[in-house]
Every structure is written in C-alpha cells, then in structure tokens.
Design a binder for this molecule. Structure first.
Ligand code: TYD
Length: 230
C-alpha cells in the first residue's frame, strides 16, 4: 500500500465534516491524485440498510449493544468492499467518520466498556488504520443547532438524544462524546490533528491542505504541494 493514504474526518454533528470531505475530495482529484470518498455508517448496500436502522427516528428501542454491533457491521462491510481494496490499488481514501466515532459515541457517550469497544474496533478494521484523522472541533451547541436546522430528513435519533439532554452516569451524552473526542485526540497525537472548525471554511481548508502536504510528503518520500482552487 505504498502510494495509498487514508484520511478520516471526525467531529460532532454540524461540524461541517461532510462538506469538507467533499471539498477535499475535489481538491485531491484536481491535483491528479486518485481519490475515493467513503462515509459511515453506510457506503455499501448492506451498510446503507444498517444506516437506516441506527439513525432513523422511530428506532429509539434499539439497545446500546445492538447499536454498537450495527455500526461495527456497517464498518466491516465498508472496509471489506470499499476502503481496503481502494487502498490496495493505491488510492487516497477519505472517510467521513470511522472507528473513532464508535469510541466517542458508543464508548465514551454510551459508557460501554472500552476494552469491548477496542476489541470490536480492531476486529473490524484489522490493520486499516488512518494515516491522518482530522478532528473538526466545533462548539458542540453551535454544531447541534446547525445540524438540527439543516437535517431535514429522518436521521435524527442522535440529535434527539442530545437535545433531550440525556444523561449517562450524571453527565450529558453530548458532553461525554465531546470529552471523549478530546481524550482520543490526546491519546493519538501522531494520527489525530485537531482543527478549529468554528472558523470560515476557506481558512479550514488552507489549514487542512498544509497538514496534508506535510503528511503526504512524509509518506510518499517526495515533496507534495497541493494546489488550492482559485
Ligand atoms: P450522520 O448523518 O452521518 O451525521 P454526521 O453528518 O454528523 O456524520 O450520522 C451519523 C451519526 O451516527 C452521528 O450522530 C454519529 C453516530 N455514529 C455513532 O454513534 N457511532 C459510529 O460508529 C458512527 C460511524 C456514527
């Protein structure tokens, strides 16, 4: 997997991850780099069905254990069908959410034992670990407001939990997820780059491209300078 590169984007709802993933994808393509865009949960036929089960309103009955295993199942399909084969062909893969989401939401958020989360995560992804994870850090209340305004479809189960101020062990679910992300970032300083996503998108992109230039040059052992669109 010499020329491949695996980038994941993480953050709260409303952090602008999906928009950024698409912009990044276009920039890499324009620079002549073979790139694919992936998303979780979903991205495969089975994964898209799982996405509906875990995210749609009306499925509040879903228990935490089943939720964890469904996210894991969706990821296993995504890795097997999209991510791993693309990396093996030397593509850059950008994935909108990956195993850090499971650690943050199901581990820190839901309070499921971390050793179980780690075991399931590594069973699912094996050696397919991101070269770079961009954690888009946005003020959680702002992000939630944005997500609730723009999300007009049925995928509101998580936003509902945030808005209802659901508590786990005396702490809000939202705060647990946010604190969890910071802990994950602290534990993986080489892989995870925290990006202040409260700023204008053009500034974010400039920052991200700088990080990418550095990391791609490191991995490819030659200087890579990506051109930004005018
Ligand atoms: P999505 O519509 O993809 O939202 P976003 O644009 O915020 O990424 O919804 C994904 C939701 O699922 C989000 O609230 C985070 C949650 N999630 C988990 O709880 N665990 C996981 O492993 C993944 C991938 C997502």
């Amino acid at each position: 997997m010499e020329e491949s590169f695996f980038i994941t984007l993480e953050g709260f709802e409303g952090s602008g991850k999906t928009t950024l993933a698409e912009i990044l994808y276009k920039i890499l393509l324009k620079n002549g780099l073979k790139t694919v865009l992936a998303k979780e949960p979903g991205g495969t036929i089975i994964g898209d069905k799982i996405r509906k089960i875990v995210l749609e309103r009306g499925n509040e009955e879903l228990g935490y254990k089943a939720e964890l295993l469904l996210f894991a199942a969706s990821r296993a399909e995504n890795v097997r069908i999209n991510i791993k084969p693309s990396l093996e062909k030397g593509f850059i893969v950008i994935c909108d959410r990956y195993f850090d989401s499971t650690t943050a939401y199901q581990g820190f958020g839901r309070g499921i034992d971390m050793s179980i989360i780690e075991c399931i995560n590594s069973f699912v992804v094996e050696d397919i670990i991101p070269d770079l994870t961009l954690f888009l850090d946005v003020d959680s209340q702002v992000g939630l407001q944005r997500a609730t305004i723009y999300n007009k479809n049925l995928e509101l189960r998580f936003e509902d939990e945030f808005l209802q101020k659901k508590e786990v062990d005396g702490k809000l679910f939202l705060e647990r997820v946010r604190d969890g992300y910071y802990q994950i970032a602290r534990q993986n300083p080489d892989r995870i780059k925290i990006i202040d996503a409260n700023r204008d998108i053009s500034l974010l992109i400039k920052d991200i491209i700088e990080v990418l230039n550095f990391r791609l040059s490191q991995k490819y052992k030659k200087e890579i300078i990506l051109k930004l669109p005018n």
